[in-house]
Design a protein around this ligand. Structure first.
Ligand code: KIV
Length: 299
């Protein structure tokens, strides 16, 4: 029997050949700072697998966040608290393969999950190393105040850090739910204090989640070396992030106010309904025998 010299491509959701040339310059820390300095908005989207990461990269997304929101999106958990470091490592590795395979230009941020950095700076370094070795360019961790020394420790050891203030989902139980943060004079002042300390400690990006627009705009102006990335934080931040499934209209629960369903805006496509409709059409076609069509889909 004749064997092909190289194995043929997998038939399932394949990525392009590994040699595809990059179409834009890879995103780096200096480039993110340059973008901020010339007021070009930074785009970030979450992705959890190789295919979506490759598509996001090819679409020109600057940063891909392998967020622990995968706990909800991929694992069906009710919060991010149950996500493990091993799960994050697996998804960071998958996303990295997808990005490298197509253009290799997006900056990859790996989320440190709950319980993998709170104990000590050393624990944070060990956990961060796992995600960096899986392909992340930067790690993200939640909280202010006590995190400052951890950020400094990681940055001094060559690990770029994205901080995260405002609504920090890993501490949702302590915060009493998914609520806007920094609404009072005292809490806004504390958030500013934490943000400045994080910039001084070397954080290179700062996610602001569910923060009043005026406060996040002020913070953005005050932090020239640490671009802010908003989610539910208004238009005055240096960049924006959304959870992929939310912006594709695949949020099966209540859509947060800050999300826009970008699929719904495309002519003729209706996000979740479009995908559900395709599945219904598949079921109907198999049932009625119109799929597969031997003239098209068989040998
Ligand atoms: O895990 C995640 O996706 C996040 C974003 C919501 C910022 O942290």
């Amino acid at each position: 029997m004749n064997q092909p010299a190289t194995p043929s491509a997998s038939p399932y959701g394949t990525l392009p050949p590994a040699s595809s040339p990059a179409l834009r310059k890879p995103v780096s820390l200096p480039r993110l700072l340059e973008m901020h300095a010339r007021a070009e908005k930074i785009t970030m989207l979450t992705a959890y697998d190789a295919t979506f990461a490759a598509v996001a990269d090819a679409a020109g997304v600057d940063c891909i966040l392998v967020g622990d929101s995968l706990g909800m999106v991929c694992q069906g958990l009710s919060s991010t608290v149950g996500v493990s470091l091993e799960t994050m490592r697996y998804h960071v590795e998958s996303v990295t393969r997808g990005v490298r395979r197509v253009q290799g230009t997006a900056w990859i941020v790996g989320d440190l999950p709950y319980g993998t950095y709170q104990e000590s700076k050393e624990q944070a370094l060990r956990s961060a190393a796992v995600l960096m070795q899986a392909g992340a360019h930067m790690v993200k961790l939640e909280g202010g105040g006590w995190t400052t020394e951890t950020v400094r420790f990681l940055v001094e050891r060559g690990i770029p850090v994205c901080a995260h203030l405002g609504l920090t989902p890993q501490t949702v139980h302590a915060l009493g739910g998914y609520r806007v943060q920094g609404k009072t004079v005292e809490s806004a002042a504390l958030m500013k204090h934490h943000a400045h300390a994080l910039q001084d400690a070397g954080a290179s990006l700062l996610v602001l989640e569910m923060v009043p627009a005026a406060l996040s705009a002020e913070l953005t102006a005050e932090l020239p070396h640490c671009p802010t990335i908003g989610i539910g934080a208004g238009s005055g931040t240096a960049g924006q992030v959304l959870v992929l499934h939310d912006m594709l209209g695949l949020n099966l629960g209540k859509m947060p106010k800050f999300v826009r369903n970008f699929m719904a805006d495309l002519p003729g496509v209706q996000g979740q309904h479009g995908i559900k409709a395709a599945m219904q059409a598949y079921v109907a076609a198999v049932k009625n025998g119109s799929f597969p069509n031997n003239a098209l889909h068989a040998w």
